[in-house]
Write a protein that binds this ligand. Structure first.
Ligand SMILES: [Zn+2]
Length: 359
């Protein structure tokens, strides 16, 4: 990773991009990617798209999601404590003792998730953190004081944790799910430009909003672009650390390469094509299976329009939806490589249909 990529990575990931409020992150992403594409556009809800060869008929999408999980201010007590609801799958278990940023029109207001001291808790009946008992303290003594800071019901809240590294091997931070995907697809666009690769089709580099609350941004943009092929990237679970269950969640390991998913939404001919590309270019990969849907934007693209040939290339990640989401640098590079080489291998007009003779 060169200096320019690294600067973008830290700027983009340390910025907050809560679901439904992604604009500042999207702006950072567009500012980075715009010199690597021919044009770019955004939709009403903020999904950002960089396009190479916008006039081409055959369209290929590479996609990640731009949003991160957060909380909403839901209720402010008369004593000035704040109760929250989820915006996406935020984890109540990790909340107590975390520092937070409350996003207001007056700027960031600092807060902390408080918790009663161990000394005063009854050992036999102590409560676990739950959505209805975790609360934020912003240092105020009344609801009025809280409001004077600019905090109101509906403000979004993110944990303040930023990027760090472990053993020069792992990148650790809040919301690597899935803004690391936005980073990786931007790097694909950059490499295409810097290596002067000419594509014989339109490439749409898509950073979708609102994945964390039901794959919504991808639904909207899939309809608008109506691509012939969609390669989605998201994170999946590394299952190596304590208390994970490989029997239930599969055997995915950080550092062993991108994870390719089998499931009905994944178009098998696209998947086989990606596997051939990986083998040809000696890019390591792992396999996982999903029941029913992938739970990623792959589903949104696959089931859009009249069905879009779609596949999923995942980055294994430890401790999903915590503030210490952890990914291996080698996997980041290999996901970028695999998407890059796959894009370069696609032929314009390439048909992935299962039954080609029956028209
Ligand atoms: Zn997520």
């Amino acid at each position: 990773m060169d200096k320019k990529s690294e600067k973008f990575l830290y700027q983009y990931l340390n910025n907050a991009s809560p679901t439904g409020f992604e604009s500042s992150g999207q702006q950072i992403w567009l500012d980075y990617i715009k010199s690597y594409v021919n044009k770019y556009f955004t939709d009403t809800y903020g999904t950002a798209v960089g396009v190479i060869n916008p006039d081409a008929k055959y369209k290929v999408v590479i996609e990640a999601h731009a949003d991160e999980i957060s909380w909403f201010v839901n209720y402010i007590t008369k004593e000035g404590y704040i109760y929250v609801i989820r915006n996406g799958g935020s984890d109540h278990i990790i909340a107590p003792s975390k520092r937070v940023n409350i996003h207001t029109d007056k700027g960031i207001v600092k807060g902390v998730f408080g918790w009663p001291a161990i000394h005063v808790r009854d050992k036999d009946s102590e409560k676990a953190p739950a959505l209805d008992n975790i609360f934020i303290d912003v240092g105020c003594h009344s609801k009025k004081e809280v409001e004077q800071l600019g905090v109101h019901v509906g403000c979004v809240i993110t944990f303040e944790d930023e990027l760090t590294t472990l053993n020069k091997r792992y990148l650790v931070g809040r919301a690597l799910d899935n803004r690391i995907g936005g980073f990786m697809i931007a790097e694909v666009a950059r490499r295409l430009k810097e290596k002067k690769k000419k594509l014989p089709f339109g490439l749409y580099v898509v950073n979708s909003v609102q994945e964390e609350i039901g794959l919504r941004g991808a639904q909207m943009i899939a309809q608008k672009i109506n691509p012939d092929l969609a390669i989605i990237t998201d994170v999946c679970h590394d299952t190596q650390s304590p208390m994970y269950n490989k029997i239930k969640s599969g055997d995915q390991k950080s550092g062993d390469g991108p994870v390719l998913t089998y499931g009905p939404a994944v178009q098998n001919n696209v998947l086989k094509f990606i596997i051939e590309v990986a083998k040809k270019n000696k890019i390591p990969f792992q396999r996982q299976a999903v029941s029913r849907s992938t739970g990623t934007d792959t589903d949104s693209f696959a089931y859009s329009n009249e069905g879009v040939a779609s596949a999923l290339i995942s980055l294994p990640l430890k401790y999903m939806h915590t503030t210490v989401e952890t990914v291996h640098f080698a996997d980041i590079e290999n996901v970028i490589k695999l998407i890059f080489e796959t894009v370069l291998s696609v032929k314009p007009g390439q048909n992935f249909k299962y039954l080609n003779k029956a028209t």
